[in-house]
Design a protein around this ligand. Structure first.
Ligand code: AMP
Length: 222
């Protein structure tokens, strides 16, 4: 099963992809997390991606596609993959389609998480993330039980440097010009599954699991 989670920064892709991947036993590949891990370790990749990330711009396609393809090729993938934050433009989408086709595979579904722009700005500008498990919190909507600590794993919470208002605005602008056209690309391929991303984290997860189960149960019956 190969699933893409599509949506604006702040739509909840990371949080929801982690939960759904666990529920369906899928490998969760998040390009943003892979880049942030590289930055923490100070690897060669970090030097190539740092400036783009700090400015809220997309990392060049050659680098991003290489990182994702290496990750898919790594042994030990469970029954499939959830791609979170990839693809982010047409070139990446076509590269992914081509590579999967070479292996006799296809993208089964693209879950588009819909959230209003007002809500996105609110969520991103107050967001705290767990350093260990990437769970995300908000002081008003979803505060942690203990300040500064993750409810799930006890990890330290921090604010992403690209969640500053100016960078958030740039990331949203990049999303609307480069990534949002993919909604149409996958709708034309009859792969799009639209899910309302507003409401509590649990509500959204339940909607996603129900939508995906409905789809895959439907395709087994057909
Ligand atoms: P995210 O955690 O998905 O919000 O990604 C954080 C940052 O990593 C983005 O603002 C980009 O600079 C970079 N990034 C993540 N995924 C991609 C991608 N598929 N293509 C290009 N840049 C990416």
């Amino acid at each position: 099963m190969y699933i893409i989670f599509l949506g604006a920064p702040g739509a909840g892709k990371g949080t929801q992809a982690a939960r759904v991947a666990q529920e369906l036993n899928l490998l969760h590949i998040a390009t943003g997390d892979l880049f942030r891990q590289a930055l923490e370790k100070g690897t060669e990749l970090a030097k190539q991606v740092k400036a783009y990330m700090e400015q809220g711009k997309l990392v060049p396609d050659e680098i991003t596609i290489r990182v994702v393809l290496e990750r898919i090729a790594a042994p030990g993938s469970p029954s499939g993959v959830i791609f979170d934050g990839f693809p982010r433009n047409r070139k990446q989408a076509e590269a992914l389609d081509r590579t999967l086709a070479e292996q006799g595979k296809v993208i089964d579904k693209v879950v588009y998480i819909r959230v209003s722009e007002k809500e996105l700005l609110k969520r991103l500008s107050g967001r705290w993330i767990c350093r260990q498990c990437q769970a995300s919190y908000h002081p008003v909507d979803s505060p942690p039980k203990v300040r500064g600590k993750c409810d799930r794993c006890g990890g330290e919470l921090y604010q992403r440097s690209d969640d500053k208002l100016e960078t958030v605005k740039k990331r949203l602008q990049v999303y609307f010009s480069e990534t949002a056209p993919l909604i149409d690309y996958y709708a034309r391929a009859s792969k799009l599954l639209e899910v309302d991303g507003e409401g509590s984290v649990d509500e959204v997860t339940a909607r996603m699991i129900a939508a995906l189960h409905g789809e895959f149960a439907g395709s087994r019956e057909r």
